[in-house]
Design a protein around this ligand. Structure first.
Ligand code: FAD
Length: 495
């Protein structure tokens, strides 16, 4: 068993790795090294003070990074249970408008286009249904057309092959904007939506038939200690916490600080990792000149950052293949107003423009109506509307794109029908506006990612690292917070 474990990176992956490792190896000394002055990585929740027109103050919870979790990640339910966070969970019920009413803003069409959420709602969503229904009905009778010998392809390629180009561009590209802030034509479908490939396999070439055939439920070999969290989120589309997702890193940090065998160090920049040549273990060099000796190391930093730390005799394959997406996140709070700012719902996404990502575009990827789904975070601030605009990804963003006037003009354009209906009212001036540029924040698994990661794991086992270095995190096993915690839960299984 390991005697000293160094975990590099204090994002959700590194923190939850230290948590699970400290439970699995209670005798081991664990040191977590985080480069910046705070832990949590991209999870950044904060409360800001706002005032209404009467000068009444209120505090609103805002997220600069991720904002919601999907209950299908058992690892995140387990972590919530083990950290005793049950009482601060807030959910968005599947039956609520915030879960069901999702929109697109399709350039060239006015306002928002509602997406169907059930067969019944097809009638009330004529535009979206006019594309979706024929494509879906036709799909099972299209001949099987998966390219021979290709075990992966782009998300776009699969959707266009099975459902046609229009569905791919309007719905597929928008979905990928919402999750990865990326161009669906580059992303690996095997790494991002494996469920589509599996359905195609099951349906002997047809995704629709494959989806209709109940897939044999994977036997859950690992037991997850989810306690009563499962029953709380059974009817939830997504969930978070009263004080936002920052609740998880904060509680992890409290837990780790109480553990005698764990040390968490911030402002600790790892500059190189060296496998010891004539002995077991790994040397970890820090920017302040210190060298730590560890029997085992977990890298929970982006792959291209790991590349910079490795000596030539410890080089690893595929660390710099994938690019990272940069996103500008804009948190906006509107004051209480008689006119609703937006229709009730989850928010809207904007598909890839017909001519591709031109430099002159608005740069908008979509907008989340946070007050609708996460309003329970702000019970002390009734009437305020918070929303989050995401810009960037495949678009090149200039400072002009994120100026308050320009963002509001775009929002007004997307939300205009609701304002026209009530006499051409304009959006009120926000009481809070903050645009944050997140440089290289979402790793983008390109086609072939899954195979490349298998090769990386094989190289870690056999080469000079002898299985003592494990490499996990958003750029390896999936970008959602749930994926990160799932990987952290498995780390060190073979030690
Ligand atoms: P990071 O958070 O990047 O953490 C890595 C850490 O390593 C950083 O703290 C960094 O400072 C540190 N580090 C780097 N180099 C070194 C070094 N040399 N030495 C020491 N430390 C180092 N997921 C969801 O599930 N739901 C969402 O709603 C959602 N929305 C998102 C919205 C945005 C805007 C973004 C950016 C992401 C979103 N995600 C969402 C994805 C998810 O938040 C991230 O994939 C996840 O938080 C990544 O965690 P991580 O620990 O792997 O990496």
């Amino acid at each position: 068993p390991p005697s000293t474990i160094a975990v590099i990176g204090g994002g959700i992956t590194g923190l939850s790795s230290a948590f699970h490792l400290s439970r699995r190896f209670p005798q081991a000394s664990i040191i977590l090294l985080e480069k910046s002055s705070r832990d949590g990585g991209w999870i950044r929740s904060r409360r800001v003070e706002v005032k209404d027109s009467h000068g009444n103050k209120a505090e609103i919870l805002l997220e600069a990074g991720p904002r919601s979790l999907r209950p299908n990640s058992k690892a995140i339910l387990e972590l919530t249970n083990l950290l005793h966070l049950t009482s601060s969970i807030i959910t968005t019920p599947k039956s609520s408008k915030a879960a069901k009413d999702r929109f697109l803003h399709i350039p060239g069409r006015p306002g928002l286009t509602r997406l169907p959420s059930s067969p019944l709602s097809l009638l009330s969503t004529p535009y979206a249904s006019s594309i979706l229904v024929p494509s879906i009905l036709r799909e099972p009778i299209r001949r099987a057309n998966r390219p021979k010998d290709a075990d992966d392809e782009s998300v776009s390629s699969l959707l266009a092959r099975r459902f046609g180009h229009k569905l791919e561009r309007i719905f597929g590209s928008a979905l990928v904007h919402g999750i990865y802030a990326a161009d669906a034509r580059a992303l690996s479908v095997k790494a991002t939506f494996p469920i589509l490939l599996e359905a195609e396999e099951r349906g002997r070439g047809s995704i629709v038939l494959g989806m209709l055939k109940a897939g044999s439920k994977e036997s859950d070999l690992q037991q997850y200690d989810v306690g009563d969290v499962q029953s709380l989120v059974n009817d939830a589309a997504v969930f978070s916490f009263v004080d936002g997702l920052g609740t998880i890193p904060k509680s992890l940090r409290e837990y780790l600080d109480k553990s005698e065998k764990v040390t968490v160090r911030t402002n600790a920049v790892v500059t190189s990792l060296r496998p010891k040549l004539n002995a077991e273990g790994i040397e970890v060099d820090l920017a302040n000149g210190e060298t730590l000796s560890a029997s085992h190391v977990v890298s929970a930093i982006p792959l291209d950052r790991l590349e910079d730390l490795l000596p030539s005799h410890g080089a690893l394959p595929h660390l710099t293949t994938n690019p990272m997406s940069s996103v500008t996140v804009v948190n906006i709070v509107f004051p209480p107003s008689k006119t609703p700012i937006h229709p009730p719902g989850f928010g809207y996404l904007i598909p890839r423009p017909v001519g591709g990502y031109s430099r002159r575009g608005t740069g908008f990827l979509g907008t989340v109506f946070d007050s609708c789904s996460l309003g329970a975070q702000d019970t002390g601030a009734p009437g305020f509307t918070k929303l989050t605009v995401m810009l960037g990804g495949p678009y090149e963003i200039t400072p002009a794109h994120t100026k308050i006037e320009n963002v509001l003009a775009q929002l007004q354009h997307h939300l205009s029908p609701i304002h026209h209906r009530i006499g051409g009212a304009r959006l009120p001036w926000p009481v809070y506006f903050e645009a944050m540029e997140h440089n290289e924040c979402i790793p983008l698994p390109l086609v072939g990612h899954v195979r490349r990661m298998e090769e990386l794991r094989a190289a870690l086992k056999t080469g000079p690292w002898k299985g003592k270095l494990e490499v996990i995190g958003a750029s390896v096993d999936g970008v959602s917070v749930g994926d990160c915690v799932e990987a952290a839960r498995k780390v060190g299984r073979d030690w």
